[in-house]
Design a binder for this molecule. Structure first.
Ligand SMILES: NC(=O)c1ccc[n+]([C@@H]2O[C@H](COP(=O)([O-])OP(=O)(O)OC[C@H]3O[C@@H](n4cnc5c(N)ncnc54)[C@H](O)[C@@H]3O)[C@@H](O)[C@H]2O)c1
Length: 353
């Protein structure tokens, strides 16, 4: 039974089931259909795709869901409260804008749009319409990443010197955006989350090695506040599937490997100590490595996409803004991507974010 409540974000129905429509049912969209069908407080009523083959495939997997070719049928249906957008990246902005204008709450896949201005326009539209707008920065809902954030914030690893991430595989290839815009939104969103802020500048190189007009890989170095350096390597032209991040702190070091069956996070109780023992007269230090244990913390696993969907639904129900992945954070990631792209276009020159 739905109980209408007037809230800051418009009409909010606390404790009711939120009905969702998924737009775009290619490789990724069906995962959202599954998640919103499984969560206790949501259901997936409809899905849309311009490709008949994809519609048939989703209809076979989820026979009770109404599958339509034109997503406007979802936007026009008053029974649908929210939409999840999983169309190709360049179409995110137009579809999200229409959905917000139609009064739907929106969860849009990453990156939110192709320019910071588009992100700002979507944020303004959501605010005006009193609707939730959230971006699918799924890794901020990853239990291992959340554990590392808590560890960093507790001061356990001390001041962070640098971080380094690797996100590589052979494919899948895209034809609408390059490997930077496809893969790096994840790493930038993770760095922004872990470091509680945005990058200030960047220097990056990319390469178009597979014969298309798009970069198939990128190496980017990002300067974060307080001297933290972060480096990311993304590629869809690499022999191995790797999803790893290393964070080197003054007191300890963290390694996250999303594909390690032993446990995604390892805490290395290792650091470098400085002693002036032998160098007193020169005011210099001798560096000594301190080798301690390697700990694999027990972290309860939950599917990040489900945790993200749950958070979206809770934000709609409660009227709380989705601060973990709101339009401001989406715009921050897009601003950083645009700066990396500018630096790549200028053969690696230092560019402000
Ligand atoms: N969070 C993650 O880990 C993750 C993983 C994969 C993809 N994604 C994101 O999800 C989005 C989709 O990626 P994908 O791999 O599924 O791509 P895809 O190309 O496999 O699927 C996109 C689908 O959208 C459909 N489509 C295009 N225009 C449409 C329109 N106007 N109306 C309805 N349907 C339309 C296409 O026919 C296609 O089936 C991208 O933004 C991508 O960045 C996120």
């Amino acid at each position: 039974m739905r109980t209408p409540l007037e809230g800051r974000l418009g009409v909010i129905r606390e404790g009711c089931v939120i009905s969702v429509g998924v737009i775009g049912c290619g490789h990724w969209g069906p995962n959202h259909v599954r998640v919103f069908s499984q969560l206790a407080d949501s259901c997936c009523l409809m899905c849309a795709d311009v490709d008949e083959g994809r519609l048939k495939a989703v209809a076979a997997m989820f026979p009770s869901i109404k599958a339509v070719k034109d997503y406007r049928a979802i936007l026009q249906d008053p029974a649908v409260d929210a939409v999840c957008i999983a169309v190709p990246t360049r179409a995110h902005y137009a579809v999200a804008r229409e959905a917000l204008a139609a009064g739907k709450h929106v969860l849009c896949e990453k990156p939110l749009a192709m320019t910071p201005e588009e992100c700002a326009a979507l944020e303004a539209l959501a605010l005006k319409a009193g609707r939730i707008l959230m971006v699918g920065h799924v890794f901020v809902f990853n239990a291992g990443i959340r554990w590392m954030k808590a560890c960093i914030d507790s001061g356990e690893i001390g001041r962070i010197y640098y971080a380094h991430s690797e996100r590589t595989n052979l494919g899948p290839f895209r034809y609408d955006v390059n490997a930077l815009w496809d893969l790096a939104p994840h790493d930038i969103a993770i760095f922004d989350f872990l470091f509680s802020g945005a990058a200030l500048s960047t220097s990056a190189r990319g390469l178009k090695c597979l014969g298309n007009s798009l970069e198939d890989l990128a190496f980017a170095t990002l300067d974060y506040p307080e001297g933290k350096l972060a480096n990311l390597h993304v590629s869809w032209a690499d022999p191995r599937k790797v999803r790893q991040i290393t964070i080197v702190g003054e007191k300890k070091m963290l390694v996250w490997d999303d594909l390690d069956p032993m446990g995604a996070v390892k805490v290395y109780d290792k650091s470098v100590e400085r002693t002036s023992k032998y160098y007193e007269s020169y005011g210099e230090f001798q560096l000594l490595s301190r080798e301690g244990s390697i700990i694999i913390p027990k972290i309860s696993l939950a599917e990040p996409l489900k945790a993200q969907g749950q958070y979206f639904i809770e934000c709609i129900q409660s009227g709380r803004p989705p601060v973990l992945a709101d339009a401001r954070r989406g715009a921050q990631v897009v601003r950083t991507l645009a700066a990396i792209q500018r630096s790549m276009d200028q053969n690696g020159s230092l560019v402000g974010v």
